[in-house]
Design a binder for this molecule. Structure first.
Ligand code: ADP
Ligand code: MG
Ligand code: ZN
Length: 580
């Protein structure tokens, strides 16, 4: 309650909070720490919050890449209160906007949102408050922020800052691309003196670079913090009997709440119903549901202690429930970013939490089909495919999952983590140091310009148009990998990618590049272990694995042909990065 944190102002607090009257006197609360304590009621800044705030208060631009729950909102809210004028916040979802505006009003901060859900009168009231300089923070959608009308409306006003929240929406590499974000660079040219701050919890380097470039933030200070979520335990299993597997996972959680993600609405409904039959309190949530019912289920999830919310990805963004104890995925998400975001909803309170995913070949087919039939331009399809492959690399790593996830975000994690499934119960591996040296040497010798398909041809000593044209047939590495089948080399490259010894430059048609860590392998200071291929049946002789009866039953008959094709391709996933 505000009166507890700011006793001096309590006498001036109206009986019924008036949303346009400021409930605190800004005079005397000029420094950020005072604002944090007296308005928000927190005792200290977290992590780099203070450094970001100081940068923006001083009028500089900032790019903030902190994980979910780190406290990014304060990084623009407090500078907006410190600086003269109104802070304009671009936010992608009306629901998100509404929640934040409500929370700010509760604190006595004069905040409002301008969006299409307002009635005419409400919109007029917001405009009037804005014109009268009675707002500290104004939330707008990106669609509105880029219009000439909006620029005109705020043209003569003092603007404290522009904050662009969920800034990954500007990038196709992010998991939630919003074309309207692309126009937001106009803020830089229209309001050159106003500091801008972009914030996101997605920080792989493609998205990061995109944000800086597309939002014209080349001069901004970039703040990053570790994306490790040490209280989250990771587990990824091959799907076998999904419902029984899910039930076993859920049985670990008594009297706690969590989320079960499914890809389709129908599966959400079925799963929720089935869990209820098993005596687990479960409610469905997806965008196709009646609005009121959906809201009721969301409220129940926020309030109740022992509820399993079965949802599509429509659920989650902006949900701030600190004690989500588990997140389960019954289907493979489309990218590491999406997986990280969705699992990141667990354990925001810092207490131990578990995330679990079951995946199978059917997912790969489904995801591939979604991409192929999605009608996006080829360039986008290529990006989508390589994003999917990066996630598959994490699914298949023999190493630490956490390490692999963090490596994806360009972050090194020293040693195994001891609380992911592969650390707790190491998978069967083989010493692949020699193979890794050959593989890395082949990448290096061919100039770090090729994808796996070509590099494997070089290792296998395949004479073809490409190996001849580039003179690779004359190199010492040519044919150096004949001791292993091509399928094993594909798995080797996939796992080298997963462990971060190589990276794939998707923008350069999947060319593999060595990471500095590869040196230690060359010098034999570091051993490399690879996950053993799963036991294969008769078809393995033809370089394929057979389809289990169970996987067959997951598929409709017409899918089988495609399935067999993809099954073979699964072992050349990295090869697809080569697709121009
Ligand atoms: P993000 O946008 O990074 O996901 P939020 O800004 O929504 O995170 O903050 C997450 C939670 O942490 C909120 O409940 C917020 O009030 C709280 N929080 C932020 N900063 C602090 C702080 N310095 N001390 C205590 N709690 C904080
Ligand atoms: Mg946020
Ligand atoms: Zn681990």
């Amino acid at each position: 309650n505000f009166s507890h944190t700011a006793p001096d102002e309590s006498h001036s607090m109206p009986e019924t909070p008036n949303t346009t009257a400021r409930l605190f006197e800004p005079q005397g609360i000029v420094n950020p720490l005072d604002i944090l304590k007296r308005i928000y009621g927190y005792s200290a800044f977290r992590g780099q919050q203070q450094a970001v705030i100081e940068q923006v208060v001083a009028g500089g631009d900032a790019v903030v890449l902190f994980p979910t729950g780190a406290g990014k909102s304060l990084c623009f809210q407090i500078p907006a209160l410190c600086r003269k004028g109104v802070g304009i916040v671009v936010s992608p979802l009306i629901a998100l906007m509404r929640d934040q505006v409500e929370a700010l009003k509760q604190l006595g901060i004069r905040a409002a949102g301008l969006n299409s859900s307002l009635t005419r009168d409400e919109a007029i009231a917001v405009r009037r408050a804005l014109a009268a300089d009675e707002l500290d923070l104004l939330y707008v959608t990106p669609e509105r922020a880029v219009t000439d009308g909006f620029a005109e409306m705020i043209g003569d006003m003092d603007i404290a800052l522009f904050a662009i929240d969920e800034a990954h929406c500007v990038s196709q590499w992010g998991h939630d691309f919003r074309p309207e974000y692309r126009g937001l660079d106009c803020l830089a040219s229209r309001f050159p003196g106003v500091p801008r701050i972009a914030l996101t919890a997605t920080a792989d380097h493609h998205t990061r670079d995109d944000i800086i470039e597309r939002l014209a933030l080349g001069g901004a200070r970039v703040f990053t913090s570790s994306f490790d979520r040490p209280n989250i335990a990771y587990e990824i299993v091959e799907r076998d009997q999904p419902r029984q597997q899910l039930l076993r996972f859920l049985s670990r959680f008594k009297d706690s709440s969590g989320i079960v993600y499914c890809l389709s609405r129908a599966k959400v409904e079925d799963t929720a119903e089935w869990l209820s039959e098993q005596g687990i309190r479960a409610l469905p949530y997806h965008a196709g549901m009646d609005r009121a019912l959906r809201d009721r289920h969301q409220d129940a999830f926020l309030k109740e202690e022992n509820l399993c919310l079965v949802a599509t990805v429509a659920f989650g963004m902006g949900i701030d429930k600190p004690d989500v104890r588990f997140v389960a995925h019954l289907d493979l998400p489309g990218s590491v970013e999406a997986y990280y975001q969705e699992t990141g909803r667990a354990g925001r309170d810092g207490l131990p939490s578990e995330v679990w995913m079951a995946y199978g070949m059917a997912d790969v087919i489904q995801r591939r089909r979604m991409i192929d039939e999605g009608g996006a331009p080829d360039e986008i399809k290529r990006i989508e495919r390589s994003k999917l492959n990066s996630l598959l690399a994490i699914c298949e790593t023999a190493g630490c999952r956490r390490q692999a996830i963090l490596a994806h975000f360009g972050e090194a994690h020293s040693g195994r983590c001891s609380h992911c499934d592969t650390c707790l119960k190491p998978v069967e591996t083989w010493d692949g140091t020699e193979a890794a040296i050959k593989a890395l040497a082949a990448v290096y010798r061919t100039g770090e310009r090729f994808g796996t398909g070509h590099v494997i041809d070089v290792l296998m000593g395949t004479v073809n148009e490409k190996t001849e044209r580039f003179g690779h047939v004359d190199m010492p590495v040519f044919g150096a990998g004949k001791d292993l089948p091509a399928r094993t080399w594909q798995s080797v490259f996939r796992q080298l990618l997963a462990t971060g010894l190589i990276t794939v430059d998707h923008a350069a048609f999947g060319a593999m590049k060595l990471e500095p860590e590869a040196r230690a392998v060359f010098k034999r200071e570091r051993q490399v272990f690879f996950r053993k291929d799963r036991p294969s049946s008769g078809k393995a002789a033809r370089g394929q694995k057979s389809t289990s009866a169970r996987e067959r039953s997951e598929l409709a008959g017409s899918d089988l042909e495609l399935f067999e094709k993809l099954r073979a391709e699964r072992f050349s996933i990295a090869k697809e990065l080569n697709v121009p």
